[in-house]
Design a protein around this ligand. Structure first.
Ligand code: 3BY
Ligand code: FES
Ligand code: FE
Length: 412
């Protein structure tokens, strides 16, 4: 990467107009993308998947954070590891499947064979002096909060405990450790990852684009939302009483711009994000007995937002692939004992968010196409409706400025 991309980004962030969208380079420049990958995706806690993706010893799934393939695996003692999927022999990717079950991690190139905790067990023809203990697969940092698995590639990861402590009470009623993935889909969006997140952070576009979602979702973020109506506030007050009586966490815990959890009611009388608002799964998550859990919205920047409801939950993971390409994975989660066709109707469950995802993909891709034009110039956010985008951009700018700041260049 050129030194100047670093300096250009720093200068653009310092001089950027508050509450305006970012300059074009942030959305399409390959060197800016590398800086995002290095300083955001290489240093933050990145949402990888769920403990219920790998319920049994030997279960694994793979993902790539930029150029770094990883395998997330549950070992024979049921401990979960985040392991760099790069062989210690000559560097081949070891695990090639997306997910599965295995007794050992065997490299396909020369069959170096690793334990599920990454230790090398066997390597042929390496001679007497070779000690397998010297060549374990490398580990990434792992943090598990209420059944959500996060990884951090930085040797000095930021603290995970405050996030874990803040969100576990919110996730507890949904018992992700006693859940299963009912359906999963990954779509590729031809848009920069920030456009995908920006799009998710506002509902300014909902009226124009999301008829299915608006059957259930109220566009207000919380009771402080400038658009919140008296009816909405009354509904929140009612649900607050119900949830307090059940001991269900709901209050907003906005600790910083990086993450938040809040339980908000769905539209009055609506129990789930389905077309008619009735539950898609009769067997509720965890030990819940009341389907009316609203939606517990969990955001963790840079790459996940989620809706945890009484009957099922929807979990999203955003993984950048290139300056103008992002993978968005959606998982629909139900109680581990729920049976398709008996307890839940899969088609009914996935309809709203499949439609919403495709609408959002189109919005993000069109946004990218317009930004690529020489006519693009940063435009003003609607502060009363796009405060979520403003929060995201402020988080991004502050994070990047902190990482790009070079004290050696301080003029004394
Ligand atoms: O994730 C959501 O619920 C929605 C989708 C559109 C705006 N966002 C807040
Ligand atoms: Fe893995 Fe050779 S590169 S065994
Ligand atoms: Fe949307």
């Amino acid at each position: 990467m050129t030194v100047s991309a670093h300096d250009t980004m720093f200068d653009l962030l310092r001089s950027k107009k508050q509450n305006y969208s970012l300059p074009r380079e942030f959305y399409n420049d390959p060197d800016f993308f590398k800086l995002d990958m290095q300083h955001i995706f290489g240093k933050s806690w990145i949402f990888a998947g769920l403990v219920c993706d790998i319920p049994k010893p030997g279960n694994f799934f793979t993902l790539s954070i930029g150029d770094n393939p990883l395998v997330i695996v549950r070992d024979d003692n049921s401990e979960v590891h985040a392991i760099y999927n790069t062989c210690r022999h000559r560097g081949s990717k070891v695990c090639l499947e997306e997910k599965g079950h295995t007794a050992k991690l065997v490299c396909p190139y020369h069959q170096w064979t690793y334990n599920l905790d990454g230790n090398l067990l066997f390597a042929g023809n390496m001679g007497e002096s070779f000690n397998p203990a010297d060549f374990p697969l490398k580990k990434a940092n792992i943090g598990i909060a209420g059944g959500m698995i996060f990884v951090c590639l930085d040797e000095n990861p930021p603290a995970f405990a405050p996030f874990k402590e803040a969100v576990e009470p919110f996730l507890k009623p949904h018992a992700l450790d006693r859940a299963k993935v009912a359906h999963e889909i990954t779509i590729s969006e031809k848009a920069n990852w920030k456009l995908v997140i920006e799009n998710n952070r506002e509902c300014y576009h909902c009226n124009g684009s999301h008829p299915e979602l608006l059957n259930s979702l109220l566009e207000f973020d919380n009771t402080d939302d400038p658009r919140a109506t008296p009816e909405f506030k009354a509904l929140v007050a009612k649900k607050t009483r119900d949830w307090d009586a059940l001991g269900i966490a709901h209050e907003s815990t906005l600790h910083n711009l990086e993450y938040r959890a809040v339980r908000m009611p769905l539209a009055e009388g609506i129990h789930s994000m389905t077309m008619d608002g009735s539950v898609a799964c009769q067997k509720l998550m965890g030990d819940l007995t009341d389907p009316d859990m609203g939606s517990m919205r969990l955001l963790h920047l840079p790459n996940t937002w989620n809706h945890f409801m009484g009957d099922h939950s929807i979990v999203f993971r955003v993984m950048p692939v290139g300056p103008q390409e992002t993978l968005v994975t959606t998982k629909w989660i139900v109680h581990e004992d729920a049976v398709e066709g008996v307890d839940y109707d899969l088609e009914k469950m996935v309809k709203v968010w499949n439609a919403t995802n495709h609408q959002d993909r189109e919005l993000a891709e069109n946004n990218q196409l317009g930004i690529n034009s020489k006519a693009y110039q940063p435009g003003p956010y609607a502060e009363g409706a796009e405060f979520g985008v403003i929060n995201f951009i402020n988080w991004y700018s502050a994070h990047m400025l902190g990482k790009l700041f070079d004290p050696a260049k301080l003029q004394l």
